[in-house]
Design a binder for this molecule. Structure first.
Ligand code: GLN
Length: 531
């Protein structure tokens, strides 16, 4: 029998539901179970691809080119769950499917309604993921907060799943907040109310994870248990950590969360192997040296906009036995006249991340030039590679008007431009070059050294490309092309000849990094920065 765990959140948002769900996944995998993760987002956008990073943080891209919520990135970092389009469900996508079916006449004249048609569609999608031979347990994180109007159909689906598949096969884990008031008095009332709301929908939670400043004492847990009908042993503390988020699964493990889940699901208590993760966390906490990376971008005010890059840098730091300090530098400050030495001088390495639109571009070009001339390690991701190309064309080839047609369609030297197939595209959703594809790396390049193999596979999310008309002149001038698409038609990576460590890549290596397996390019970049 396949097992399911629904993870919901109460009281308020941003309690760490994604990390909680992912941590449960880590722990179950550490006991030899095969886990599949699903994120439900109750918004009406069909996917996260058209949303500004300011709205919803980073857009995470899967192998099959889905543009999803950043929580899928947490799943990728914490678990080995397969992740594809089907693992990210939104209200928009469910309605689109149901409406398309209605237009095709598939409902045979019936009145199409939220219950049962919308909930049936949600259920079918969840079961399609869960009911495959490769999966033992499916963890479904329901976005939003219990009580939101938007999440009602999803919670109703969870209720139906519990009812239809049996309580021994479907668990409800609820993450709530136990706030502290007047000094250090902890309050259980918001948790009581949040569970009451969940029970009104017909879901009795099995496990409560109570986010709090410090561990809940026995009395507090008993009180919550009494009011909510949850076993006192299943009321756990989700305390704030200040070291690294990878400690969170270990803290849950100490409280026996995995054991409780397996018992409730009637699954065998296999031994847990969390040693590798524990080593990484301990190593990171005790590392003596700190490496400073300046990330020069445009969305620097919100901390979730470059989530996967931040995390990949931490993984690479773990892999190099150092800690990492990330300086987020607003590129616009550089173009408004701030001196690069003042903003970037203390950095051991400079990274220009992905991005869209014209704002901040000139500042990123200043940062790339500074890295090249001061011989600091430089890592350009997607837009960061395009910046590397524009900077080189302007300052070494002396093509003053070099630019990307994204920022200036009329520029005299479009060293980065649109492929013909992208020219007529006017629809924004899902029309970029998306998903996993192969790159052939050349011998004696930084990228080949990092991966140690000729053919590598990484994910894309961009519209513009290196313009091959400038290939020869740029190469002759010393911008080395280090990787191509298999047919040789598109440039995938670049580096500066004679510079200690530089790489620009047209793809997004940050999406595949894990704490126990740092992504090779990040590992090599941080290593160069340590040097
Ligand atoms: N805006 C650039 C493009 O579309 C880069 C995209 C990115 O960095 N993800 O090609």
């Amino acid at each position: 029998m396949k097992k399911y765990i629904f993870v919901t959140g109460g009281v308020c948002s941003s309690l760490g539901k994604g990390i909680a769900a992912a941590s449960i996944g880590t722990l179950l995998e550490s006991r030899g179970f095969r886990v599949s993760m699903i994120k439900i987002d109750p918004y009406l956008n069909v996917d996260a691809g058209t949303m500004s990073p300011y709205q919803h943080g980073e857009v995470y891209v899967t192998d099959d080119g889905a543009e999803t919520d950043l929580d899928l990135g947490n799943y990728a970092r914490f678990t080995s769950s397969p992740l594809s389009k089907a693992h990210s469900i939104t209200t928009g996508q469910i309605y689109q499917t149901v409406i398309n079916k209605e237009r095709e006449g598939k409902y045979l004249g019936k009145t199409v309604q939220v219950i049962p048609h919308i909930t049936d569609e949600i259920k079918a999608q969840i079961l399609r993921i869960g009911n495959v031979p490769e999966t033992d347990i499916t963890i479904v994180e329901v976005g939003g907060t219990v009580g939101d109007i938007e999440s009602v159909p999803f919670l109703e689906t969870a209720r139906q799943c519990i009812h239809e598949l049996g309580h021994e096969n479907v668990l409800s884990v609820h993450l709530t907040l136990v706030p502290t008031v007047s000094g250090d008095e902890m309050k259980t009332k918001p948790t009581q109310h949040s569970v009451k709301e969940l029970r009104e929908i017909g879901i009795q939670p099995d496990i409560l994870l109570c986010r709090a400043k410090k561990e809940l004492d026995e009395g507090m847990r008993k009180k919550i248990a009494n009011f909510t009908n949850v076993d006192v042993n299943s009321v756990l503390s989700a305390i704030d950590v200040n070291s690294t988020i990878y400690e969170i699964p270990l803290i849950y493990h100490q409280q026996k969360l995995d054991e409780i889940v397996l018992k409730k699901l009637g699954l065998e208590l296999r031994p847990a192997h969390v040693e590798a993760l524990r080593d990484r966390v301990e190593g990171y906490k005790n590392a003596k040296k700190t490496v400073t990376i300046a990330m020069v971008g445009k969305y620097v005010d919100l901390h979730d906009t470059y989530k996967s890059i931040d995390e990949a840098l931490v993984h690479a730091a773990m892999g190099n036995d150092v800690r990492v300090k990330i300086l987020k530098i607003d590129a616009e400050k550089l173009e408004k006249g701030a001196k690069p030495e003042d903003l970037l001088g203390s950095a051991d390495g400079i990274l220009v991340p992905g991005g869209f639109g014209e704002r901040g571009i000139e500042g990123m070009i200043i940062a790339a030039r500074y890295a090249r001339e001061s011989q600091k390690p430089y890592f350009g991701i997607c837009l960061g590679m395009q910046i590397m190309v524009i900077e080189y064309a302007r300052h070494v080839l002396l093509l003053e008007g070099a630019n990307s047609t994204e920022f200036n369609p009329q520029c005299t030297d479009p060293v980065v431009s649109l492929l013909e197939e992208q020219e007529g595209v006017t629809k924004m959703g899902g029309t970029m070059r998306l998903g996993r594809s192969a790159t052939h790396t050349l011998a004696d390049t930084k990228i080949r050294q990092a991966y140690g193999s000729e053919v590598i596979w990484e994910r894309h999310r961009h519209r513009y490309e290196f313009d091959n008309r400038y290939k020869e002149s740029l190469e002759t001038a010393g911008l080395k092309i280090s990787g191509f698409t298999p047919d040789g038609s598109l440039v995938e990576s670049t580096e500066w000849d004679g510079h200690p460590w530089s790489t620009g890549v047209q793809f997004h290596p940050e999406f595949t990094s894990k704490p126990t397996a740092p992504q090779p390019l990040f590992q090599a970049f941080v290593k160069a920065a340590v040097k």
